[in-house]
Ligand binder design. Structure first.
Ligand code: SAH
Length: 302
C-alpha cells in the first residue's frame, strides 16, 4: 500500500490518523515484504496481527498462507477491513489487544483443530503506546507465541534486546530474554510511515527458547525481577529478601555464587532464571532430590 492509496482509504472512512490509537500506517512496500519474509509463515499457520490498520501487512501475511486473526480497536477501520478482505483464512476481532483473552480468541478460532492453538506467531506494527503492556501480557500468557516479529519504537527495541550491565537493561529485558532469543533485525526510519512518527523504530524478532520455563517459574521470576528493578540503584538482595524471606534468599545467592552487593542490572537473564528456580515455590523435594518443573512445552518446527 502506497501513500496515495492509504490517503484515499482514510478519506473515504473519514479517519484522521490520531495519536489516541497510535495510528502510523506503513507505506513502504519493501519494508512490508521484508516483514512478511522474516515472519517465515508456513501455510495454515496461525498468526495474530495487532492493529492491522488498513491492512497493508495483513494482505501480505494472508498471501503468505497465514491463518490470520487481526485485532483492531478502531471501529471504522475494523469495518473497512471486514468489508474489503474476503479471505477464508481471515478473522477480525474488534477489541483492545491489551484487554482481550488471547488464548480464548485463538482457541475459539481453532475449535475444529485444537492442535493449532498451541502454536502461533504474532506479527505486528504495534501502536507504540501499547507495545510494552502488550509484550508484558504475552509474556504472562499460558501459551505465548513461538515467534513474534514486532515493529517497535527504537527505545523499546533497545530495552527488549539489552544485555546485562547496559543502561537500557531492565525488567522487560530479563522477562523477554528468559522466554525468547530477541534480536533487532533492522532499524526503521520515520519516513516509511504516514503520518511520520516523531521517533525512530526498529523491527525486533522474538524466537522462543528450546525449553521455555513453566508458568510458576515465570511468576516467581517476574516477582524477583520486579522487586530487583524497582530500586535499580540499590543492592538487590534486600528487595528480593523482602519478597522471598531473608534466609531463603541468602541461601540462594550463596549457592549460585551471586555477589551479595549485586544490583539488578548486574545479573544476566540466565542467572535470574537460576535464582527463580531456587526460590520458586513449585520446586519441591521428591525422594531426596530437588525437582523443578521447568518446561512449558516443546515448540515444534513447522
Ligand atoms: N499495522 C498497520 C497499522 C499501524 S497503526 C500498518 O502498519 O499500516 C496502529 C493500528 O493499531 C491502528 O489501526 C490502530 O487503530 C490500532 N490500535 C491502536 N491501539 C490498539 C489496541 N489497543 N488494540 C488493537 N488495535 C489497536
Amino acid at each position: 500500500m502506497n501513500k496515495s492509496e492509504l490517503l484515499r482509504i482514510l478519506e473515504t472512512l473519514s479517519v484522521r490518523p490520531g495519536k489516541r490509537f497510535g495510528q502510523n500506517f506503513m507505506i513502504d512496500a519493501n519494508l512490508i515484504d521484508f516483514i512478511v519474509r522474516a515472519a517465515d509463515i508456513c501455510p495454515g499457520e496461525t498468526v495474530a496481527e495487532i492493529g492491522p490498520g488498513c491492512g497493508a501487512l495483513t494482505r501480505g501475511l494472508l498471501d503468505a498462507g497465514a491463518s490470520l486473526v487481526a485485532i483492531e480497536i478502531d471501529k471504522r477501520i475494523a469495518q473497512f477491513l471486514e468489508e474489503s478482505i474476503k479471505h477464508p483464512d481471515f478473522r477480525l476481532v474488534r477489541a483492545d489487544a491489551c484487554k482481550v483473552d488471547l488464548d480464548k480468541i485463538l482457541n475459539n478460532i481453532h475449535q475444529d483443530k485444537p492442535e493449532h492453538c498451541q502454536e502461533w506467531k504474532c506479527v505486528a506494527n504495534l501502536p507504540y503506546s501499547i507495545s510494552t503492556p502488550f509484550i508484558a501480557k504475552v509474556l504472562d500468557s499460558p501459551t505465548p507465541p513461538k515467534f513474534m516479529l514486532l515493529l517497535l519504537q527504537k527505545e523499546t527495541a533497545l530495552r527488549i534486546t539489552a544485555r546485562a550491565g547496559s543502561r537500557e537493561y531492565g525488567a522487560i529485558s530479563v522477562r523477554s530474554q528468559v522466554l525468547y532469543h530477541t534480536k533487532i533485525l533492522r532499524n526503521v526510519p520515520p519516513e516509511v510511515f504516514y503520518p511520520k512518527p516523531d521517533v525512530e523504530s526498529a523491527l525486533v524478532s522474538f524466537d522462543i527458547v528450546p525449553h521455555p520455563p513453566g508458568r510458576q517459574l515465570i511468576d516467581t521470576l517476574t516477582s524477583i525481577v520486579r522487586s530487583a528493578f524497582a530500586q535499580r540503584r540499590k543492592i538487590m538482595i534486600k528487595a528480593v529478601s523482602t519478597a522471598f524471606g531473608k534466609e531463603k534468599t541468602e541461601e540462594a545467592f550463596h549457592s549460585l555464587k551471586i555477589n551479595k552487593l549485586a544490583r539488578a542490572q548486574d545479573l544476566t537473564p540466565d542467572t535470574y532464571l537460576k535464582l527463580a528456580i531456587k526460590l520458586c515455590p513449585g520446586s519441591f523435594i521428591r525422594g531426596g532430590q530437588r525437582k523443578t518443573i521447568t518446561c512449558r512445552r516443546q515448540p515444534t518446527a513447522c
